[in-house]
Design a protein around this ligand. Sequence first.
Ligand SMILES: [Zn+2]
Length: 483
Amino acid sequence: MPSNGAMFAFASVVASEEKFRRCAAPGLQRVSEPDAVVAQYTDATSMTSAYNEILDAFAAREDLEALVLLHEDTEILDSEFCAKVRRRLAADPEIAVIGVVGARGVRSLAWWEGEGAGRVAETRGLVDFGGGSEEVDTVDGLLLVLSPWAVRNLRFDDERFRGFHAYDADFCFSARAAGRKVVVDEIAVFHHTKGGYGDEQEFRRSDEAWRAKWREAGEQRAEPCTVCHADVVAEVAAGERAIVACPACGTGITIPAPDRDIESDGIWVEQYGGGRMANREHWYAEARVRADWVGRHVTGGLLVDIGGGTGEMAAVAAERGFRSALIEPSGWAAGQARELGVERVLGDVADWPDVAPGEHADAVTLFHVLEHVHEPLEFLAAVRAILRPGAPLFVEVPNFAAEDAQRDPVAWTATALNDHVAHYTPESLARLMADAGFAVAEVTPLPSMVYDHPAYWASKCERWRARGMVRPSEDLLRLRATA
Ligand SMILES: [Zn+2]
């Protein structure tokens, strides 16, 4: 139900009345709520200027919930359309644009040459990149759902792009350059098109102009290596991030550094959200595999799981005879852990001496934590301080030395450009630990098969095979050390 007179607006640039009536109109009838506004623009000389007129017309509407720009040959099939969009925008206020199909790793207007995402039915057949809800670089302009923020703050570039190409990718890149997100979502639409570039010469001209704006005007950026503090430099286009191996020690550094606040609930709520709780059985299974490893080296006493989110590891440790505690900065995740019966939950490792003076842990676990930490040496010093001397520390991170990471540092399975500050190799992780005063006992690369559902593992292997890899990737890295 629309709330407080909030309004969805739909607009289309119409070149052929017949096509609009046959394709877009039935979809609009299907999904429009009684107070929706439907606008048609005819006589447009370019998509960018026509769309800007539409944005100008709606920017001042305080009751605007979303503006939906769709092609005259796009038919929305999803009768839940408005409810889905409303939910998605409410769940993540950083979203500026929602589409149905798009890609990551986009290097030209031929976005489909990137890593595709989403799904759309077209006259020529189903274009299917697996569906789901995913963050992307750009979506296809066949359907653009704009948040009120996007309508009020972004405009199409009608000076550079005068025709009917590039407007979508340019708008999406502008949104991301402003720190907002572009996503695909599970929305059923039918695109009444046979595909193709349209005017191929025009497409190529637009592509050159787009690349000159977004790909070639890179800026030199530097970040300090989290292990050896050497400057790591990359040329990065506006709104993009790169991962570059530190020339001195091989650690992969994300440039510019992710700025999502790990002190907040951001990662757990936005990235995993309700999906994390729906998959709780999986997180339990994962925790049991981890506890098996831990149990081979220590069998009792106080185990402190740091960065353990919703608490499954701490709960499993308790089942196995440990006294367990959880250190987790996200209040939301910590609350979920308390509901599991984890009694000692605190927000910051630095608070431990105040909360438990004189008490030392017999084991600390850090599963997929270090790659999020900006100053790992400082953090590890605090971790070491809570461990009993000689007690073990168990660490797991994505393995930057894995074959898929080395082939394409940005497109590998554990990139997480918005969250992962550093990407460790066996050598750089061992060095970091030694520098933090730990004695390294074990460094083991291993495949994520140990955690994955068989079907998910099979789909990963399929992706690797498609990239020409003959063996599955050892995409994880474990390290055990003593304080
Ligand atoms: Zn380094």
